[in-house]
Design a protein around this ligand. Structure first.
Ligand SMILES: NC(=O)c1ccc[n+]([C@@H]2O[C@H](COP(=O)([O-])OP(=O)(O)OC[C@H]3O[C@@H](n4cnc5c(N)ncnc54)[C@H](O)[C@@H]3O)[C@@H](O)[C@H]2O)c1
Ligand SMILES: [Zn+2]
Length: 349
């Protein structure tokens, strides 16, 4: 693959940066991102051994054990200590090489170390490429919940080297596809090729959907919340399953539930649900709630989701493909409607 890389400008409240999507970009990181000083590379224990060498010389390489359970303030403390030990100053640049966990943590470290130093994202999971690396949200989890501590930190550049997808485990690829499919539902201009052979085009299309949304609403005061389509249901499924259901799988089922609820409330045609199911199934994603997750428990779990506002559950509903909206004061979602949807989409035992 020696095809030309694609470049997408992203503007944000304090400036602009470019997302570059292409093959074998990592060896040209300094040039593409315009880095002159020290590089402090932050990666995880899976990705570093596979891809860190491509970046060439760094002042320090910080490797964090892989996994969401390490997305903590303790890991951030470790990053600060290693940056200090390596003498990284404000002329240095933190480079995140990994999935969304690494991007969120390296970004948070870059937002706070010496009150902020430059930051570059090199996402290596499909999810991080199409979702986490664009938009400037960074942070860590707390025992009380995910992403409860963080900051907005815009990168100076995002390098999406799609060659790194070759080593991504299949389940992680499927998980990222759930977010890609979500983006096709949010923006009717972006459609999936079938079969998928052109990953550069797929990733580029999905990134542009996210870019357009965050540019319009950088601080999530309105439309940006539509990126949570399927996530109120999805998070509840993940949580009640004790995280046996992965994030992307929860989101996939959540997309079906969102369509079912939308149709039940009369905002979209009933056929939309099966249309979405067909797409998800074609990408090996689930479309039904596992039989062992009680609807009442799922409903309860939704109330702990941070998207609840003013004592009301808020949902992202679909009028049609490309037309998602957030339920607000105008539309009250009764518990019975949500319970009917949860019961309708349970796997038959
Ligand atoms: N900041 C945002 O806007 C935003 C948006 C969505 C999600 N997120 C966050 O992103 C995280 C999820 O991201 P994720 O799914 O990338 O998780 P992750 O970072 O844990 O990566 C998933 C797994 O894939 C491995 N991996 C990544 N790239 C690889 C590669 N090329 N080859 C081999 N293995 C590879 C990782 O080591 C990990 O084991 C969550 O913490 C979520 O909160 C943030
Ligand atoms: Zn998600």
């Amino acid at each position: 693959m020696s095809r030309a890389a694609a470049a997408f400008p992203v503007t944000h409240p304090t400036g602009a940066y470019t997302v570059t999507v292409g093959s074998d970009l990592l060896p040209n990181l300094r040039q593409i991102a315009g880095i002159k000083g020290d590089i402090a590379l932050v990666s995880d224990s899976n990705v570093a051994p596979l891809h860190a060498k491509k970046i060439g010389e760094t002042a320090v390489t910080i490797t964090i054990p892989a996994g969401e359970k390490h997305k903590t303030l303790d890991s951030i403390r470790g990053i600060y200590d290693q940056l200090l030990a390596a003498g990284i100053d404000r002329k240095g640049t933190i480079v995140a090489l990994g999935g969304g966990v690494i991007g969120d943590m390296a970004g948070f470290a870059a937002a706070t170390y010496l009150r902020g130093i430059p930051f570059v994202q090199c996402p290596t999971s499909l999810l991080a490429m199409v979702d986490a690396s664009v938009g400037g949200k960074t942070g860590v989890d707390r025992p009380q919940g995910k992403n409860l501590v963080g900051a907005f930190k815009q990168p100076i550049a995002v390098l999406v080297d799609i060659s790194t997808l070759q080593t991504l485990p299949k389940e992680e690829l499927a998980s990222g596809m759930a977010e890609v499919i979500k983006h096709t539902l949010l923006d009717g201009r972006f459609t999936l090729p079938a079969p998928i052979t052109d990953w550069q085009a797929l990733v580029s299309g999905a990134i542009q959907v996210k870019r357009d949304v965050v540019q319009e609403d950088p601080f999530e005061q309105g439309r940006r919340a539509t990126l949570n389509l399927g996530h109120t249901f999805g998070h509840a499924i993940e949580q009640v399953s004790g995280y046996a259901v992965r994030h992307g799988e929860g989101v996939a089922i959540g997309l079906v539930l969102a369509a079912n609820l939308s149709a039940r409330l009369g905002v979209c045609p009933p056929a939309l649900q099966s249309e979405i199911e067909t797409i998800l199934s074609a990408h090996h994603l689930p479309t039904r709630i596992p039989a062992d997750l009680p609807a009442a428990d799922l409903y309860k779990a939704m109330w702990t989701d941070k998207k609840k506002a003013a004592g009301k559950l808020r949902f992202i509903l679909l009028r049609s493909i490309g037309d998602a909206f957030i339920t607000g004061d105008g539309i009250i979602i009764e518990e019975t409607a949500v319970m009917q949807t949860l019961n309708a989409l349970k796997t038959k035992a």
